[in-house]
Design a binder for this molecule. Structure first.
Ligand code: PLP
Length: 384
């Protein structure tokens, strides 16, 4: 029996062995890190070791890190903090993840949406003009890389502009970590958010890194953990696994290896599909994008049907962003990028990662093309 092919790393990654080992060790420690007895102190030590380790990887001070139950909680903390600190007007990119998008819309219904081009790239000239014409302390919300298309946003340019006008930049860096060298984005945002399960760590752990002078305002009363920044007993095993995964995945050499491996796998996939399926449209080809991500549209072949066909054939991909109901919605990202309703419901994403093999690209293409033929899509005469 052939093994299943997992190409949904942007949704979640398989657990790295280093993370598993660190978690098992931490599970045996027990103790609440807020307790003053020996068991508590041991748990506290694990927590602080993980924080220091993450700080080294993320090129920041340990005190700048607030550990959370994942990126969603961290992003909400940032948004609430920005609100409490009185930042405004607010500018949010049209392609943010729902973890940011829906809550920001609730906090600032008047927020202005930063347009993007057909590759999902934010319009920096538009943003610059708006920032020049506003009075106040603007908050700009732009992700580092898009989860569906892989578009890399020009954080350097945006950060320089935002700082020049006295504003703050909130960056969802979930899809950057482990895929792009940390040196390329460290220190650019006032709040940066990352997540454990996108780099081979467990689900349920994340972090926000705040720049000096930027507060984390906690509206939830409780134990006041994380120096008051966040309440709730820490998940020590998940945090230890997160730190171990970050050590394994985020050094410059590891990132280069990741880029080489995944870009080769993706190239194999895209080349074979482009050759055999004339009607396919690749999204994000005209912009800088993550090495591991391929977003393609076959107009009229529903994304959900494509995902199911591939699942039956033994491969895991995704249609736009996964949502907890398991339903597939029209891609808001593709709509913002100017695609039609039909195209935005006919998109899929393949995302390779640390556990992929180079050959996975060609293997996935083979399964995909067979599924396309079964679905009645016309294949070119060059198709094998
Ligand atoms: N932001 C982006 C870009 C993501 O891809 C995800 C996960 O899908 C999240 C935020 C949410 O992360 P978490 O699952 O850690 O809450």
């Amino acid at each position: 029996m052939t093994s299943r092919l997992y190409a949904d790393h942007n949704a979640t990654t398989p657990l790295r062995p280093e993370a598993r080992a660190a978690m098992l060790e931490a599970l045996d420690v027990g103790g609440n890190p807020s307790s003053v007895h020996g068991e508590g102190r041991r748990a506290k030590r694990l927590l602080e070791d993980a924080r220091e380790s993450l700080a080294k990887v993320l090129e920041c001070q340990a005190e700048a890190i607030t550990l959370t139950s994942g990126a969603t909680e961290a992003l909400h903390l940032c948004l609430e903090s920005a609100k409490a600190m009185g930042f405004g007007p607010v500018f949010i990119s049209a392609v943010e993840h729902d973890a940011v998008w829906t809550y920001a819309a609730r906090l600032w219904p008047e927020a202005q949406i930063i347009p993007v081009n057909r590759g999902g790239l934010v319009d920096v000239a538009w943003l610059s003009g708006e920032l020049d014409n506003q009075r106040g302390q603007p908050l700009v919300i732009v992700q580092g890389a898009n989860n569906e298309v892989g578009t890399l946003q020009p954080l350097n340019l945006i950060s320089t502009k935002v700082r020049a006008v006295g504003g703050a930049l909130l960056c969802d860096g979930v899809q950057l970590l482990g895929k792009v060298s940390v040196g390329q984005f460290a220190g650019l945002a006032d709040w940066l958010v990352v997540s454990s399960h996108k780099i081979g760590g467990p689900g349920g752990a994340g972090a926000l890194i705040s720049a000096p002078g930027i507060d984390v305002v906690n509206h939830r009363s409780g134990g006041g953990q994380e120096r008051g920044g966040r309440s709730g007993t820490e998940n020590i095993a998940a945090i230890a696994g997160f730190a171990a995964a970050a050590r394994a995945a985020c050094g410059d050499d590891a990132v280069l290896d990741f880029q080489r491996l995944t870009s080769e796998a993706r190239h194999g996939f895209e080349l074979a599909v482009a050759t055999a399926l004339p009607e396919v449209e690749f999204v994000g080809h005209q912009v800088r994008r993550l090495a591991n991500t391929s977003c393609i549209v076959v107009e009229g072949w529903e994304g959900a049907a494509q995902v199911m066909a591939l699942d039956l054939a033994g491969a895991a991909i995704s249609a736009g962003s996964a949502c907890s109901s398991g339903k597939v919605k029209m891609s808001r990202v593709l709509k913002a990028a100017g695609f039609s309703d039909l195209a935005a419901t006919s998109a899929i994403r393949a995302s390779f990662g640390w556990s992929s093999q180079v050959e996975d690209g060609a293997r996935l293409a083979d399964l995909y093309l067979k599924a396309a033929a079964r679905a009645g899509r016309p294949l070119s005469s060059q198709a094998a």
